[in-house]
Design a protein around this ligand. Structure first.
Ligand code: ADP
Ligand code: MG
Length: 243
């Protein structure tokens, strides 16, 4: 594994539906502990890109590598459960009939006692120690989101893919949970791809922003640079509401 290839590498990822490229030649490099935001308006291809990285959708062209190992190319297609990729979505949907600890332990392997111990450890990390025996409906929305975070990081994924995971939370809760999530993922050295249509969220969370439009990346850079030197008028207009 070379220094260069540590973390997530995406090369020329392309997906066609009905003769149209909904994702076109998307390339990304996300080092361990770094956050890249895929930012762009609804329908520009963000979620489709994420699904191909996760392995639940197959690219028509391009490659996905983690730590230099090919997960997806013309011939290789590693199944999602063997990619060491964590997922967080807006509809994080905890299992209602399982306890909080069982939810967090769900994706883990090994003896049950070990899985539960790891789950308890994760709940402590997200400051929910003692919530293990509770059921999801007994928790607030913010607490449920933290359980979802604990569940996503419990298997120690190398890559975390987040699709607008904070959109359902009210503003008051959102900042705290965003910061907490980033702190934990950085500590773990996880490469993060965060999808959002909100420039403000990207500005706050990204180490690098990849601005998308019509399936392609039109600009990549540090948030400050993308904000201050937008590539064209459309990019400038997209950022105009941030202050
Ligand atoms: P975003 O997440 O940026 O809002 P998506 O990746 O969900 O965008 O969708 C990009 C485009 O691809 C949209 O026009 C959407 O309708 C289209 N699309 C996504 N999935 C499919 C599919 N399975 N079949 C046909 N079109 C699709
Ligand atoms: Mg989407």
């Amino acid at each position: 594994m070379s220094e260069q290839s540590a973390g997530l590498t995406v090369e020329g990822l392309t997906r066609r539906f009905g003769g149209r490229d909904v994702v076109s030649d998307v390339s990304l490099q996300v080092a361990p502990g770094q956050v890249t935001c895929l930012l762009g308006p609804s329908g520009c291809g963000k979620s489709t890109t994420l699904r191909m990285i996760a392995g639940v959708d197959r690219p028509d062209a391009g490659r996905v590598l983690v730590d230099g190992r090919v997960l997806s190319d013309d011939t290789v297609q590693v199944p999602p459960e063997r990619r060491h990729v964590g997922l967080m979505f807006q509809d994080f949907a905890l299992f209602p009939h399982l306890t909080v600890a069982e939810n967090v332990a769900f994706g883990l392997s090994g003896p049950k006692a070990e899985r539960i111990a790891r789950a308890e450890e994760m709940l402590e990390r997200v400051r929910l120690a003692g919530f293990g025996p509770a059921y999801p409906h007994e928790l607030s929305g913010g607490e449920q989101q933290r359980v979802a975070l604990a569940r996503a990081i419990a298997p120690r994924p190398r890559i975390m893919l987040m699709d607008e995971p904070f959109s359902g939370l009210d503003n008051r809760l959102r900042d705290g949970i965003r910061d907490q999530t980033l702190d934990i993922l950085k500590e773990e050295g996880t490469s993060v791809v965060l999808v959002t249509h909100e420039p403000e969220e990207a500005m706050r969370m990204a180490d690098e922003i990849a601005l998308m439009r019509d399936g392609g990346i039109v600009q990549t850079g540090a948030p400050y640079n993308v904000y201050n030197a937008p590539v064209d008028r459309m990019a400038a207009a997209f950022f105009s509401d941030v202050n």
